[in-house]
Design a protein around this ligand. Structure first.
Ligand code: PEP
Length: 251
């Protein structure tokens, strides 16, 4: 399986010209990669133009959110089919910055299945707010996964990716250590195997996100045994992101 690096641009940058510069430099470098798939998730407003400039599919263009219904009177929302029709291939669902604004596990599970129905990969984010010494965070993660995937159909698992993003490591100084990431990636695999069956989930990519940069990316993937990374800040900083892609592709 190729490694996957997903850039969550969040609400950046503020101008289209700047966005286009970032897109062009990352795309140019991505053409040289052999073992890594790159997905850029810019704000919705930039995505259509990027898709037109990406006819060669050197990168994939994703989105940061989607609505949990297919069509209708939902002012300001965008549906999975709309995204599919313009060529969006991946969508981040349940990012902690959206969960903290009221998005529930129920919404996330609905969105995830609708995305799969539309042929789009979902990147379902999970992660504990804090750690404790009794292992309660493991129960929290288990419940979060079960609830966030409760409406997901076994047959659509080929479109599922899980991004483990401990909230305390997002936007922080340091990422989680690779040994702890390994523990969590094994735990997540066990939870989804218990839900859907070992064989059914063997190809579901597990990604890590939270303060990833070019210095720690290689160890996180190789020692943490994850299939890829979800990158926030560094994804809109082309020099740093390109170094990160180099480090991942050289593994
Ligand atoms: C994120 O918000 O998904 C994220 C991983 O952010 P950062 O890389 O900036 O910690």
């Amino acid at each position: 399986m190729k490694k996957i690096v997903i850039g969550n641009w969040k609400m950046n940058p503020v101008s289209y010209d700047e966005a286009l510069k970032i897109f062009n430099s990352i795309k140019r470098f991505s053409a040289k990669l052999n073992k890594t798939d790159v997905v850029m998730c810019p704000p919705f407003i930039y995505s259509h133009s990027f898709i037109k400039k990406n006819k060669d599919n050197i990168v994939s263009i994703g989105a940061q959110n989607v609505y949990s219904e297919e069509q209708g009177a939902f002012t300001g929302e965008i549906s999975p089919r709309m995204l599919q029709n313009i060529g969006i291939s991946h969508v981040i669902v349940g990012h902690s910055e959206r969960r903290s604004r009221g998005e529930t596990d129920e919404d996330i599970s609905k969105k995830t299945q609708l995305l799969h129905d539309a042929g789009i990969y979902s990147i379902v984010c999970i992660g504990e707010r804090e750690r404790d010494t009794n292992g309660n965070y493991l129960n929290f993660i288990k419940e979060q996964i079960k609830n966030s995937l409760s409406k997901v159909n076994k047959k659509s698992l080929g479109k599922l990716m899980i991004a483990y993003e401990p909230i305390w490591a997002i936007g922080a100084k340091e990422a989680m250590g690779p040994r702890d990431i390994l523990e969590m990636s094994l735990f997540i695999k066990k939870v989804i195997s218990d839900m859907f069956g070992q064989n059914e989930v063997k190809d579901v990519p597990i990604l890590y996100g939270g303060s990833v940069n070019f210095r720690n990316a290689g160890d996180i993937i190789s020692q943490g045994q994850v299939n890829g990374l979800l990158v926030g800040r560094e994804s809109v900083n082309p020099p740093g992101f390109i170094e990160l892609l180099k480090a991942v592709d050289s593994l």
